[in-house]
Design a protein around this ligand. Structure first.
Ligand SMILES: Nc1nc2c(ncn2[C@@H]2O[C@H](COP(=O)(O)OP(=O)(O)OP(=O)(O)O)[C@@H](O)[C@H]2O)c(=O)[nH]1
Ligand SMILES: [Mg+2]
Ligand SMILES: [Zn+2]
Length: 337
């Protein structure tokens, strides 16, 4: 990483410029006109978003492989790990002048109902689960729906397989079976044995991958094994309830030695889906496909109606009743009729 040592005067000037810019709702670079001293436009990739600034990696010429802190112009849409940008280097901070169009984005709604991207240009997600914390299938299904809507390929990682005598092991196995049955690859892994790491590495090659999952399942621990230079912080589970302690707080992109990118994301308990229509929602439930269009009534909402092919399929164990319940819960939340 390119280090910049700032003297006292520069630090004071930056603090003043932050303050003045904040008052006017501008970025400091904009306030200053920030065209002076800007180097030519270049390509970059967003490593992480610090809030006021983003960290980008230069992708061409002398910038290639170096990291730069940048402001973004106010007309540039929000940036997240994985975004490809046009930027200009300057001292002490560069400026992002454009965001390139995204091939995919994984987004959720935040507490205030605003769409918040988790990562951009992702080609595959790994939903990491473990015996502790106990897997939440509703969360898994939400990730799947969000990914399928963006044509992002989905894989599950069942981590902590060394804890095979854990009280939740049976439940974990049921979850593994269920998603394998639907057709999603499930990689069994452990950082203690270690197992599954090479398989994950194979999948990572030349892809932009994203680790998602509950806090404490071991996303950052796996990343550190895959890419020892990552040095991502990891944290223990709370002793009493075996829940993660939200160690990772912001998505960050790491380069994978064999080629490819891996984005580590903060653990979540919930994942509110953003703006999906009924077709996108049902397309997230691949196991429902064989039964769609087979209900007695064309406008069947797959709830209590007689002759519902999906309800019938749950009774015959052809699809999981929990998946149908999760589908209804998400549908209600999205207020889809
Ligand atoms: N026994 C066992 N413990 C593991 C394994 N993987 C991770 N852990 C432990 O689980 C705890 C949580 O790991 P993290 O890597 O911080 O989990 P995370 O998913 O990144 O959590 P957040 O950043 O909070 O989302 C740490 O104490 C790890 O040492 C594993 O395969 N086996
Ligand atoms: Mg983490
Ligand atoms: Zn139906």
């Amino acid at each position: 990483m390119k280090k910049r040592n700032l003297n006292k005067q520069q630090k004071r000037r930056i603090a003043q410029s932050h303050e003045a810019a904040k008052k006017k709702g501008l970025t400091p670079n904009e306030l200053e006109g920030a065209t002076e001293g800007l180097e030519p436009e270049a390509n970059g990739i967003v490593i992480t978003n610090f809030g006021l600034q983003v960290l980008i990696e230069g992708l061409d010429g002398i910038y290639c492989g170096n990291y730069y802190r940048c402001y973004k112009r106010a007309n540039v849409p929000s940036l997240v790990a994985g975004d490809l940008v046009i930027w200009q280097n300057a001292n002490p901070f560069g400026v992002v002048v454009a965001r390139k169009s995204r091939t995919s984005k994984l987004a959720r709604l935040d507490m205030s109902g605003k769409t918040k991207s988790v990562a951009a240009n992702v080609s595959q997600i790994f939903i990491v689960i473990a015996c502790a914390p106990l897997p939440i299938t509703n969360l898994i299904d939400r990730y799947i729906v969000a990914a399928e809507a963006e044509q992002i390929s989905v894989k599950l990682v069942a981590n902590k397989m060394d804890l095979n005598n854990h009280k939740n092991s049976m439940h974990l196995q049921e979850v593994i079976n269920e998603y394998q049955h639907i057709g999603y690859p499930v990689i069994r892994s452990s950082i203690k044995i270690p197992a599954g790491i090479n398989l994950i590495k194979d999948y990572l090659r030349n892809e932009t991958s994203l680790f998602v999952g509950q806090s404490g399942v071991g996303k950052s621990s796996l990343l550190n094994l895959i890419e020892p230079t990552a040095g991502s912080a990891t944290g223990p589970l709370s002793a009493s309830v075996e829940q993660g302690t939200h160690t990772t707080t912001v998505s960050r992109l790491f380069r994978v030695s064999g080629g490819g990118n891996l984005i580590d994301s903060p653990g979540t308990h919930t994942f509110s889906l953003a703006h999906l229509d009924s077709r996108q929602l049902i397309e997230g439930f691949k196991d429902f496909y064989p039964f769609l269009g087979k209900c007695k009534f064309r406008d069947c909402i797959h709830d209590e109606q007689s002759g519902c092919a999906l309800l019938e399929a749950t009774k015959r164990n052809l699809i999981s009743a929990t998946r149908l319940k999760n589908y209804h819960q998400i549908k209600d939340e999205l207020q889809i009729k």
